[in-house]
Ligand binder design. Sequence first.
Ligand SMILES: [Mg+2]
Length: 212
Amino acid sequence: MIFDLWETLVDYDQAAGRAFQDRVAERLGRDPDEFAALWLEGRPSRESGTLREYLLGIGVADELVDEVVALRRDSTRILLAPRPGAVETVVELRRRGYRLGLITVCSEDVPDVWGETAFADLFDVTVFSCSVGLRKPDPRIYRLACEELGVEPADALFVGDGANDELAGAERVGMRAVLIHRPDEEPPWDEVREWQGPRITAIPQMLSFLDE
Ligand SMILES: [Mg+2]
């Protein structure tokens, strides 16, 4: 079983994300709104390469790069707080003998601090886009995770909130996909609105889903 990270196992806190951007903008002496727009535009690049390379590319002075990367790690440490029941569910899935994987589109701060989170050591395989240079829904990122888990895609289940067209991407390589979407939220992705496949509203429901 392979999980997405953001908005699946942890919340993506937009306000905290913006607070980080504002802090960096201030440190770099840039306009906060312009910097936020620039940061947003740079997502694909950060998520498939190093932060250093990205920061140098947007004109951050070499001597400030390490400081900005450290600020990013500090922010991410706080963001990677498990959703209620997420850790307990993963632990129970392990107990039931499932091989567990993670595929996340993220920048290097996530693998940098992963070992300090409550999820450390709970996954057999972790695939971080920035480390492998592939982003969902590239079929190669799913195949890579399955290969490392030692399972055929047809025997693997992918669970995610649908960002990056990740559910259809999983199905295109032959995996089954489960949408996680909280009922009280407007779905931000078209894929979620149109999703006909299985869905859960919270991670612990995976346990009863598997019992069905
Ligand atoms: Mg997500």
